[in-house]
Design a protein around this ligand. Structure first.
Ligand SMILES: O=C(O)CCC(=O)C(=O)O
Length: 262
């Protein structure tokens, strides 16, 4: 898997992603933005983060979902232009527009063992040859190291890739500096690493899916309408306030006026 610089062109990122199922772009977000987001998340993590603990998520891990309802500045990562360009390039040929799937903040504490390897898109009950349904963008809010639980993955294990699945021997760790983003296909085997350090490791995973698929998180019911309306148009469209093509999800206030064309 490649660790690319933030000056890389979209074509190169896509090439690596399609080949390996995952790719890192380093230093794409600046420290002040990450701090603001973490400050917004902190009270929610402390109040609610443990509610999501279970065998899969871990018992030494705090999690939060539906981030647009909790941390306004998470929108800057969700609608990061370089990430959206990659998502559009990969998913765009198979849909009219892409949509946000889920938004999850994950803080892995010391003592957390490895998470089971899994595919993020396994709730979709079928596959279409040569089509990836989803891309994940894992933002490092701290440096990600093998010691503190960097995301583990099986390079090439994606649906359109080459590697036989469940190959624990070929697991690699997505080590990356704070502010970097790991882009990976929804069908790629991956999971959180064990945190053997003395400090928590925080990250945010935003997923993007083909626009005609049901979104993993229901943005309409998770984010109050006034708050949704306060986001820039790109974010609102990603949330689903936009029909897919002329008919799917049509509604009177469609930003392209398609309700009246239907
Ligand atoms: O925290 C991580 O590094 C990955 C977490 C993950 O893949 C998940 O919870 O679905």
């Amino acid at each position: 898997m490649e660790n690319l610089s933030s000056h890389v062109d979209t074509e190169t990122v896509v090439e690596c992603l399609v080949r390996d199922g995952a790719v890192i772009i380093e230093h794409l977000a600046q420290a002040p933005l990450l701090k603001v987001i973490m400050d917004e998340l902190r009270p929610h993590f402390d109040r609610e983060g443990a509610r999501f603990q279970n065998d899969f998520n871990g018992y030494q891990t705090l999690r939060l979902g539906a981030l647009l309802g909790l941390a306004k500045h998470s929108a800057d990562l969700i609608a990061h232009p370089q990430v959206l360009q990659v998502a559009d390039a990969v998913l765009g040929p198979h849909c009219e527009c892409i949509r946000l799937g889920s938004t999850t903040a994950i803080e892995i504490y010391p003592g957390q063992p490895v998470q089971e390897l899994h595919e993020d898109d396994s709730f979709y009950p079928m596959r279409i040859p040569k089509v990836e349904f989803q891309i994940g963008a894992m933002w490092a809010l701290d440096d990600f190291t093998i010691e503190n639980g960097a995301t583990r993955l099986v390079q090439g294990s994606h649906w359109t890739g080459q590697v036989t699945k469940n190959d624990e021997a070929s697991v690699i760790s997505a080590e990356m500096p704070k502010g970097s983003v790991l882009l990976y296909f929804g069908s790629l085997l991956h999971g959180g690493g064990a945190n053997n350090s003395k400090h928590p490791r925080a990250g945010i995973i935003n997923t993007y899916a083909l626009g005609w698929l049901r979104q993993e998180e229901n943005q309409y019911l998770s984010v109050p309408r006034e708050l949704a309306d306060s986001y820039p148009e790109t974010v609102r469209r990603l949330m689903g306030y936009q029909a897919h093509g002329k008919y799917l999800g049509m509604f009177p206030a469609d930003p392209d006026g398609r309700w009246y064309e239907a």
